[in-house]
Design a protein around this ligand. Structure first.
Ligand code: ZN
Length: 115
C-alpha cells in the first residue's frame, strides 16, 4: 500500500492488489462529446483513439486525458515511538542481571580483603 495522506486516526492509501489497476486511462474530446473507452494500466490505446478522432474530425485537436486511481482510507495503525522499541527490556535485562551478579561477587570478596 502506498500511503498518500496520514491523518490523526485515518490513513489514505493507494489501493493495490490483484485485479486493481494501477491507473484507468481515458480521454474526451474538448470539441464534441466523444469519449474514448477506458483502459486499465495502459494509456497508449487512449492516445491512439485521440489520433484517430482527430483524423476523423480534423478540427478536434484538444482532448482531456484522465487517469483514475482507487484510493482507500484505513484506520491509522497505533505505533510505538521509535525511541522506545518494545524489546528494549529484553536487550537491557541480561546486562543488568550480569552487573548485579558481578556486584554480588565483589561484595563477597570485600570482607575477605579486610582480613
Ligand atoms: Zn471531437
Amino acid at each position: 500500500m502506498t500511503e498518500i495522506v496520514r491523518g490523526a486516526d485515518w490513513v489514505l492509501v493507494a489501493e493495490r492488489g490483484p485485479g486493481v489497476p494501477d491507473g484507468i486511462y481515458g480521454a474526451e474530446c474538448m470539441s464534441c462529446e466523444a469519449r474514448s473507452p477506458l483502459f486499465d494500466d495502459d494509456e497508449l490505446p487512449v492516445a491512439v483513439w485521440s489520433i484517430q478522432h482527430t483524423a476523423e474530425y480534423p478540427e478536434h485537436t484538444l482532448f482531456l486525458a484522465r487517469t483514475e486511481r482507487h484510493w482507500r482510507v484505513v484506520p491509522r495503525p497505533h505505533e510505538t515511538g521509535p525511541e522506545q522499541p518494545p524489546d528494549a527490556g529484553g536487550v537491557l535485562g541480561p546486562a543488568f542481571v550480569g552487573l548485579m551478579c558481578l556486584l554480588t561477587a565483589l561484595s563477597g570478596l570485600l570482607p575477605a580483603l579486610n582480613y
